[in-house]
Design a protein around this ligand. Structure first.
Ligand code: ADP
Length: 656
């Protein structure tokens, strides 16, 4: 059944597709349905006029010509996304249309009408434009974020940027939800979008799935269902907070425990949580995250290394300083400050070769800058080992330092300063000096008896055929005395080391103190004209190594004879104390300077007064003190200059 014309028109008028019919080559509007009138923004009264009468704004636009051509040729014409400027509320407004001009032909092929159908596609084009813009932004975002991988700080900034961008995108969400999804899926930052109160995962992009080590099947499920291990994680609680409060939350380096296989790993994220709004209502939360675990761990490790290094630097026995190319200090460890006797500020204000240090060579002359090990490092870029110099402390003390110095290079191998370690070798240096002094003294001491022995033997040799018996006896006696002196010197030299280390045997026996003291007097009497008097509790029995104690007393007597030869008498006195016996040897000689007394028992110490020159090795009192200490006793001296000296020792007695 064919429909009648008016029936057809009735159908067309019902159509939602904007439709018009032109009935002549002058484009008389024969019909326009409601949709077309709305598109044109015209009333039905235009029906009957020509298109250009009804819409004069179309003159100069291509549509009239196209329609006339369609009429003439009988060829349909269609186009899409075509702009047309139509009057709306008194002004020209551009909109875009898909349209078709379809000729209706009679049986001879003549055009009898043109059907015009049109669709306003402005909104679609707008959406497309949005897509393009979104795409461009996405590209921009991707490139920004790609750069940001290099630099952690920039990453944060970019995260901020990407948040901003995503915010903008968020606004477009309603317009172009699918574009948004596509963007999110491809974004190089990890993104999760949650919907609803239970935070159902709506979108989880590839970057996020990788972080979570999950399959896309978590999408569509509430977060705590798909990842129960996240329950209680503060970062997850915060998501719920954002859903309820609508506040934006940002996190920097927040630890989150994430399940990987069967293990929970703590990883670190910078994130931003933003509420998603729909008509002023919170409908979801978007989580944009950047994983910063590597950076955080690297920094933690760096910090741990630093702490470890600091610990080593603080506890090392050597001083350590670092100076820059100008020779100004950058760093000093605690030991360095202690050795140099400086506070941190004092140290930082000083140039390594500051004149205030009064750096000196070992011979006491001023150390020229060029000889300083740090100078060598900074100017010749080579290391210096065990360089000894003397410095003066702020308090005036002189210290000897042994310095190792090495170039400090940057990553490219460029010299940027010097690092020096040093130890305080003052003690070692002083001991060495004492030893040097001692060797010259000892040689000198040995020379005297050797010379005298040599002389005696030469005389004997010269007179061997004709010698007076008295002379023979005298020369033999001289040789003997020299030899005795020599062997005495040699044995005390040999003994000192053993004695200094406490390595000498001690054989205690009981004896009467008076007997021992008398024997000592006997032994030295011939060497002096001074009177040696014995007094006190001479009948006391004591327990000790008689030979060693004799050595002590003889040493004290010899010293009195040597250093107090002007003292007419030398007193030896034994005295019983409650639990010890005290033996004192007194003279009325020159006495000892009070400031020398504290050192008098030290090894190699000699307290000769100015102008006096006595021979001696500086060992006698040192050895005596060692012997008394092995008896658990005590040794000391009381002396007044120009009045006399009393050396004494106490040996404990045990009532038996
Ligand atoms: P030495 O006699 O070989 O120098 P000592 O250890 O026996 O070594 O003595 C150390 C120093 O003590 C001596 O150099 C001397 O100056 C001082 N001294 C020791 N006894 C006396 C004394 N009775 N009177 C003054 N000075 C003494």
């Amino acid at each position: 059944m064919l429909l009648a014309d008016h029936q057809l028109l009735q159908i067309l008028s019902q159509s939602n597709l904007a439709t018009a019919v032109y009935g002549s080559d002058e484009l008389h509007i024969h019909f326009a349905n409601r949709a077309m009138l709305a598109l044109w923004r015209k009333q039905p009264n235009i029906i009957g006029s020509t298109l250009e009468e009804a819409m004069p704004e179309l003159v100069g636009q291509p549509f009239g010509d196209i329609l006339r051509k369609v009429w003439k040729t009988g060829q349909a014409y269609r186009d899409t996304d075509t702009p047309a400027d139509l009057m709306k509320d008194g002004r020209l407004v551009r909109a875009y249309y898909d349209f078709e001009f379809r000729p209706i032909l009679d049986s001879e092929g003549q055009t009898i009408a043109i059907i015009h159908e049109a669709t306003d596609v402005t909104a679609r084009l707008q959406a497309q434009a949005n897509i393009t813009e979104t795409h461009n932004r996405e590209q921009e975002l991707i490139s920004k974020l790609t750069q940001s991988n290099d630099d952690f700080k920039i990453t944060n900034q970019k995260l901020q940027d990407s948040n901003d961008n995503i915010n903008i995108l968020n606004l477009r969400l309603q317009e172009s939800e699918t574009d948004f999804k596509r963007l999110v899926e491809q974004a190089p930052v990890a993104i999760l979008v949650f919907r609803g109160e239970n935070l159902v995962i709506d979108i989880a992009n590839a970057a996020m799935l990788e972080i979570l080590d999950k399959d896309p099947d978590i999408i569509g499920r509430p977060i705590l269902d798909s990842m129960p291990e996240l329950r209680g994680e503060p970062a997850v609680d915060l998501l719920f907070d954002v859903y309820h409060s609508g506040r934006v939350e940002e996190g920097i380096e927040v630890p989150v425990r994430i399940r990987k296989g069967n293990v929970l790993e703590t990883r670190y994220f910078n994130f931003s949580y933003r509420p998603l709004m729909d008509h002023g209502k919170i409908v979801g939360v978007m989580d944009v995250a950047v994983e910063v675990t590597a950076q955080v761990l690297a920094r933690q490790e760096l910090r741990a290394n630093e702490q470890r290094l600091q610990g080593i630097l603080d506890t090392m026995a050597e001083g350590l300083i670092i100076v820059n190319m100008d020779g100004m200090p950058n760093y000093a460890n605690l030991t360095a400050l202690r050795i140099l006797g400086l506070s941190d500020e004092e140290f930082n204000a000083r140039f390594y070769n500051d004149l205030k240090w009064k750096n000196e060579r070992l011979d006491g002359t001023l150390l020229p800058d060029k000889e300083h090990p740090i100078y060598t490092v900074l100017h010749e870029a080579r290391s210096v080992y065990d360089y000894e110099l003397a410095t003066h402390q702020t308090n005036g003390d002189r210290k000897y330092l042994s310095i190792n110095a090495a170039p400090l290079l940057d990553a490219e191998g460029k010299l940027i300063g010097a690092i020096a370690t040093f130890t305080d070798v003052t003690h070692r240096r002083l001991l060495m000096q004492q030893k040097d002094d001692f060797i010259s003294v000892a040689s000198h001491e040995l020379k005297t008896p050797i010379t005298s022995l040599k002389a005696a033997i030469q005389l004997l040799d010269r007179m061997k055929h004709n010698i007076h018996p008295e002379m023979l006896l005298k020369l033999i006696d001289q040789s003997n005395r020299s030899l005795n002196k020599l062997s005495e010197l040699v044995s005390s030299l040999l003994n000192t080391n053993r004695i200094a280390e406490g390595r000498f045997p001690i054989n205690k026996q009981q004896f009467k103190i008076g007997d021992m003291l008398a024997e000592c007097r006997e032994q030295v009497a011939s060497a002096t004209s001074q009177e040696i008097q014995l007094s006190g509790d001479l009948d006391l029995e004591i327990l000790g190594d008689r030979q060693l104690l004799e050595q002590v007393v003889i040493n004290l007597l010899n010293n009195a004879i040597k250093y107090a030869h002007n003292s007419p008498t030398i007193q030896i006195r034994a005295e019983k104390l409650p639990d010890a016996v005290k033996v004192a040897v007194s003279d009325t000689g020159p006495g000892i300077d009070p400031e020398k007394i504290p050192h008098i028992f030290e090894r190699y110490y000699r307290a000769d007064r100015e102008g006096m020159n006595f021979s001696g090795l500086g060992l006698g009192l040192f050895i005596s003190a060692e012997i008394i200490s092995r008896h658990n006793g005590e040794i000391g001296v009381d002396s007044i200059v120009d009045q006399g000296t009393t050396f004494w020792f106490k040996i404990p007695v045990f009532s038996s």
